[in-house]
Structures are given as C-alpha cells and as structure tokens.
Design a protein around this ligand. Structure first.
Ligand code: FEO
Ligand code: CA
Ligand code: CA
Ligand code: CA
Length: 593
C-alpha cells in the first residue's frame, strides 16, 4: 500500500490532553471514533447457542461458556483471505472478578460458581466483519469459527516435557492431556497463522501445602494461596491432593483459530513461566524465534529458536515446529552487551547432580535452571515486540517496588532504579541474525513523571507521561504502541499522583536517539479502574482493536458487587464489563497517521 509506505513511522494525531480529573469514559484523539464491539457476556456466536447477557450476572456456567469471558487481554486479528473487512479475533480472557461474575458475588460459593469462573477464563475466537463504512464493525453471529476455549477445555501437552513424570496426575496418568488453559495474558502469532496464548499467574489457582517443597516454594505455591477458590470444588486445583496439576500450567498454548474442532496444544519446548508475551520473528533461513517475558518480580526473559525452518502449508505443515528447538535465558551485562544462555540438559550445571533428570525437568523447572545459569533477574517483564523494519526487540518491565529492598536483589545495569514504581522499556539488537547468542541492549525509555519529587520516579520521557508500561506492539509501519497497567488502587497517589487513568500511547521509535528521548504521544485514555491492552490492527492499518480490561477494578469489592462505591459503570451504565473496542479514523485514514 503506497499510502502506508509514504507514511513511514510518522505519527500525526493530536495527543489526548491530560484529563482534568479521572473520568469513567474512553477518550481518543479528535478525528477518531471508538465503539464497543465485544463485552464480557456477549455471545461469541456459536450457531444455535447464543445466550444473551444477563445484566444481573445470572447467566449460568453453561451460558458463560458460550459468551465472552472476563478480563480481555492479548489479542490478534486473523484476516480471512487477507481481508481488512472480515477476520477472526482471537483474544485472551485472563482472569475473573468473581465479585462481579455472580449475582451474589462470592457470598454463595459452590460448584456452579466455580464452573462459571472456569468458563469465564480462557480464549475467544470471534468472527468480526465491517458491515458499513466508518466504524461499522460487528461480530458475525452465527459463525462457523466462533469458539470459547475455557479453563476446562481439553488441551494436549506436546514437546520435550510431554508425558514427563512431573506432569502425570491421577486423571491423566500419561501426562499428555490437561483440562483447560488459564490466566491467559499476552500472546503471539506464528508465521503459519496460529495464535499463541500465554499462561501467566497460574499459581493463584492452586491451594498449596503448609510445608511446600523446594520446587513448590520456588514457584510460589503455598497454603492459603488458592485465591480463586476453585480448589474447594475442583480437587485438581488442590495441590495437596494432586501435586503435579500445577506443573501442567504456565505454558505457551498454540491454538489454530480457523479450526474450531482443534485441540489447543501446550508447547513445553518454550519453557514454563508466568508467561507474558510470545513475540515471534524468523531467522534469515526461516526458523521461528519467540521472545517471552516472565511477569514476576526478579524473574527472567526467554528466547526460543526452532530447530527447523517454517514450511509452506499453514498449521498442518508446521504442527511439530514448536516441539523442537533451543530455549535461552537472557543475561544483561553492565557494558550494554548481553548473552543468551542455553537451557539445555547436560550443559553447564543443568545435570542430574543439580536436580535435572532430563530436558523435560529443565523445562518444568525453568526458573531453577535460570537461577543456576546466573541469568538477569528483571523488573517484571511483560510484553515483547519486534520492530518489523529493523528487527530490534523491545520488552516492557512494568515495575518492581521490591528492587533494592532489604534482602532483595540490588539495582543492576538493566534494572537501574531502586523501588522502581514506574517501570521501563528495554530495547536490544541481536548480534547478527535473530538466533544470535549475543546482543546489544539499551534503555529505550525510563517511565515516570518529571514533576515527581523523587528522582527515581521522574524518568526521561520526552512527551506524554505514563507509568507501568505493559502492552507493547510495533505495527507494520514501525509505530510503537504502549499500553499501561498502573494498579488502579495506586493511581492518583504518590508517584502516580498526576497520571491519568491507564492509557495507550504511540511513539515513533526512530526519534529516540537524535532528539534526546523518544517522542511519545497519548492516543487513548481508558475508563476508571481499567487497564488498556491487546492492541492490533487490520492489515490495511485502518482499524484498531484494543482491549479494555477490568473497568472498575477494586479488589476490596470482590465479595460485594452491590457496593455502591464501585468506580465504573463502563461501557453501558451497569455492571462494568471488560470489552474489545474498535477504533477508526473518521477520514478513513491509517490509525495514528
Ligand atoms: Fe497479566 Fe503481567 O499481565
Ligand atoms: Ca500484562
Ligand atoms: Ca501488568
Ligand atoms: Ca490487568
């Protein structure tokens, strides 16, 4: 498209001004229109099975399994035959606010409530089409592609850890089949057209023993840790009864969006982590490379390089591709160089003497293996993104209030701020092709607010201020889009006093070096208590889809949905609902131009 090519990375919209006060609306720049497309509880469009949303949250678990789940996160638009007017949205439903999900909140808690919570997790595959010019997008109902994957949908476990003794349970003695995927956060897309969904904070679904063993402790499993209370009615989530079930979560899950009968596949070769993001690229000879952050304090950044080159023929021709390859963990050196350390059984300390019987055990115990290799402990790595033009790689480090605290890791070159409330974005360039084992890194931006009294919270943004970068995407013309996730309970106070509601910003990253810092502009401000995430465009770059997650979030209200202090009624005046929003430019132009 010559119109897109002539734009280059240039951004042209007027920044959304800082709101005078926090409002419960979604704001975009002048000349743009945003409308709500797919809210929690909207039917996904399965033929003959489209229960309407009940505003009092009285839909049953069975109905919820046919409707949008809660807490939309990572998302991709899969064009149908290349179309920018018709495609499939694959999107994650990360977790639930059970105070909102049921008419009585959590005051009544039984098998039906647990089943509904399970059904509100997972992934949606929804067909969308542009019926009218302008902002005329809607869900296609019914659609032969429409599908909900939930935390109860049968999934296959594949790759080096499949069938491993650590993955065997009473219900699945073979260790290759698990029910469901959960806490699906950020995502990736393969070159052969499948969706990668990342299982993040899986540990909060499991009730642990009073005296956890070393492995359980390293992954945070503990007594009283079953925050979602599923274990009370679903025994597989009680790790005291079924200790290996929690090893079957924390994987990157591959889903073929075009085959509603297909079984999601957990790809163990990519390692187990509190996974966030799986940005993919390809080496010059066609192998796939996947960059993955782990969003937990003092955890790691990973890269997977496949053994084989991608073949023509879609998913069918590449269904084994993510089962074979090498997983690496990143080490950032003080001089701006970096190394990718292989997580390969038998190499270095990754031997039976150190507790790794085989490659399967290395992959299940990725954290322990990375500890032994001396990888760099990061400030909560969230999304990864690859610049399609120059192959530079970005990662958001959202924040880490424990950095430099007593008994915790000190600051280091890559994570330079103690009590890092604001977060930062790193950028690196591989030393050669994407499979290189060395790289050169720099800080792209330190987030913050120059008006803050505390120097460590000022940052170096030249442009609109933000904190806690999380969502990240470089669009095909090279514009970097940043979504933020400051905890809603922290907004308006302390270092965050002057920040607006969570927001999405755009940046021309080529401005960074020459101009003394990247020029970052505010494109969208979300409603009260929401996170802004999951941005993706149609191939013509004229439609942007974005996810508004957990409007009205306020955890103290979890058990009391009737609490009148709830801070959001977005988007339709009642119970707040996470939603996919569609944004177009009124003149029909490229988004951000
Ligand atoms: Fe689910 Fe780290 O965001
Ligand atoms: Ca995130
Ligand atoms: Ca976050
Ligand atoms: Ca969130």
């Amino acid at each position: 498209d010559p119109a897109i090519a002539s734009l280059g990375r240039r951004i042209g919209f007027a920044s959304v001004p800082m709101p005078a006060s926090a409002t419960d609306t979604l704001t975009v720049p002048p000349g743009y229109t945003a409308s709500v497309l797919y809210r929690w509880g909207d039917p996904v469009g399965v033929p003959g099975a489209m229960p309407a949303f009940a505003p009092d949250a009285s839909n049953s678990a069975a109905e919820q399994a046919l409707q949008a789940g809660m807490h939309h996160d990572g998302m991709h638009y899969f064009a149908i035959e290349g179309s920018s007017r018709r495609g499939l949205l694959a999107l994650n439903h990360e977790y639930t606010d059970d105070g909102l999900l049921h008419p009585q909140g959590m005051a009544i808690w039984g098998p039906e409530q647990v089943a509904k919570s399970i059904a509100a997790h997972g992934v949606s595959i929804a067909e969308v089409e542009r019926k009218a010019p302008g902002n005329g997008w809607q869900l296609a109902r019914a659609s032969r592609y429409a599908r909900r994957i939930t935390a109860a949908t049968p999934c296959t476990i594949a790759g080096p850890a499949a069938g491993h003794p650590l993955l065997r349970t009473n219900a699945d003695p073979g260790g290759t089949r698990v029910l469901g995927t959960l806490n699906n956060c950020a995502h990736g897309v393969t070159p052969w057209g499948t969706y990668l969904s990342c299982e993040e904070n899986f540990v909060f679904y499991f009730e642990g023993p009073v005296r956890p063993d070393t492995h359980q402790r390293r992954w945070g499993l503990q007594a009283g840790g079953g925050f979602f209370r599923w274990h009370e009615h679903e025994k597989r989530f009680d790790a005291r009864l079924e200790p290996n079930e929690f090893n079957r979560f924390g994987w990157v899950v591959e889903i073929d969006p075009f085959d509603p009968q297909s079984t999601p596949i957990k790809r163990t070769a990519l390692g187990r982590a509190a996974h966030e993001g799986a940005a993919t690229g390809q080496t010059d000879d066609g192998r796939v490379v996947v960059y993955m952050g782990e969003d937990a304090r003092f955890e790691y950044i990973y890269k997977f390089v496949s053994r084989d080159a991608v073949r023509r023929g879609g998913f069918k021709a590449n269904r084994e591709l993510l089962n074979h390859g090498t997983l690496y963990v990143a080490k950032f050196e003080a001089d701006g160089s970096g190394r990718w350390l292989p997580l390969v059984h038998g190499q270095g300390p990754l031997t039976a003497a150190h507790g790794f019987a085989d490659q399967g055990e290395v992959l299940v115990k990725t954290r322990q293996a990375s500890d032994l290799l001396g990888a760099t402990k990061m400030d909560r790595a969230e999304w990864t993104a690859i610049d399609p033009i120059n192959k530079e790689i970005y990662v958001t480090l959202t924040n880490n209030s424990q950095r430099g605290a007593s008994g915790q890791p000190a600051v280091d070159a890559a994570n330079p701020r103690a009590y890092n409330t604001m977060g930062h974005i790193l950028r690196w360039r591989e030393d050669g092709d994407l499979d290189a084992t060395r790289f050169a890194w720099t800080h792209f931006v330190l987030a913050g607010d120059p008006a803050n009294a505390r120097p460590g919270a000022r940052g170096n943004i030249r442009g609109d201020i933000f904190g806690s970068p999380d969502g990240l995407w470089v669009d095909p013309r090279g514009v970097l889009w940043i979504g933020t996730d400051v905890s809603p309970t922290a907004l308006g106070k302390g270092d965050y006093a002057r920040l607006p509601n969570n927001q999405m910003l755009a940046c021309d990253p080529s401005t960074a070096a020459a101009e003394g810092g990247p020029d970052i502009r505010r494109f969208l401000v979300g409603p009260a208590g929401s996170e802004v995430t999951g941005s993706v465009m149609t191939p013509d770059l004229r439609t942007l889809f974005v996810n508004i997650q957990h409007p009205g979030e306020s955890p103290s209200e979890r058990a009391d949905p009737a609490n009148p202090s709830r801070i959001s009624n977005w988007p339709d005046g009642g119970r707040p609902r996470s939603a996919t929003v569609v944004i177009t430019k009124d003149d029909g132009g490229v988004i951000g131009s």
